[in-house]
Design a protein around this ligand. Sequence first.
Ligand SMILES: [Zn+2]
Length: 110
Amino acid sequence: VRSALEAALADCDAQVASLLAQYDEVVAASRDSNADDEHDPEGATIAFERQQVVALLAQARASREAAVRALAQLDAGTYGVCERCGQPIAAARLEARPTARTCLACASLR
Ligand SMILES: [Zn+2]
């Protein structure tokens, strides 16, 4: 489990780094074109691209935090315990989603 989480964490780090680079590119592109986001069709595309990168970045950061939290739980010995009902989370679920915080029953209640 630990190696899977550490691999996931490294993936997220790489993803965050590449998205940050993409974001810089998009920002640089919008500066170069000197486009007006509101009225220039190209500016609108750039604004859309920027929003997409920001959304992906937020997702990548959230997954990264989930992996960090799971590793901390592993250290504390609370990994694999459902946050809601306190029951152990099924191994198959943890295998599929190592950062799962609730058991399947609790997840399906939401
Ligand atoms: Zn539960």
